[in-house]
Design a protein. Structure first.
Length: 166
């Protein structure tokens, strides 16, 4: 079995509702769908996505392109186990657990990609090490177990090509 795992298109970061795609994200999803359907040479037999609207909007664009190009496309299966970690909750937990962490100075508009990467590295390291467990609804271990379960559930069907959007 071959699995194509796709991160959802650009969400509306900084907008009123992060759980929707930005205008750029809508274009990204459509372009990705066109590429998968017409140029990749890869035709999925299963379509799976996480429960968030941004996952489903990305998948809808991919499925529409498959439907247009091939006259048919598999139905989309929505699986909770493919949900994202809650980035806002992770950042808030990090801020509460380590209020003097120098990386927190980089949570501001205009932070460079290197600063954002350093902040995320610190947040994920604290989460992985258990330093944020008391602050979060899902520990790193629970998250890892959920994703491991999602991956193993892919093998319950005998198909060759599976496309997952998370």
């Amino acid at each position: 079995m071959r699995v194509l795992l796709i991160r959802h298109a650009q969400a509306d970061w900084g907008g009123a509702d992060y759980d929707r795609l930005s205008a750029l994200g809508m274009r990204q999803a459509a372009a990705l769908g066109q590429w998968i359907a017409q140029e990749s040479g890869w035709r999925p037999q299963r379509l799976i996505c996480g429960p968030r609207r941004r996952h489903q909007l990305t998948m809808a664009a991919i499925r529409d392109a498959l439907q247009t190009a091939h006259g048919a496309a598999p139905l989309v299966e929505i699986e909770r186990d493919w949900d994202d970690a809650d980035a806002a909750a992770l950042l808030a937990a990090f801020r509460n657990a380590q209020p003097r962490a120098p990386e927190l100075a980089w949570v501001a508009p205009g932070a460079s990609p290197a600063q954002a990467r350093a902040l995320l590295t610190a947040v994920f390291a604290a989460w992985r090490d258990g330093a944020l467990d008391a602050e979060l609804p899902e520990t790193w271990r629970a998250f890892a177990a959920r994703i491991t379960h999602a991956r193993s559930a892919l093998t319950t069907h005998s198909v060759e090509h599976v496309l997952v959007v998370s």
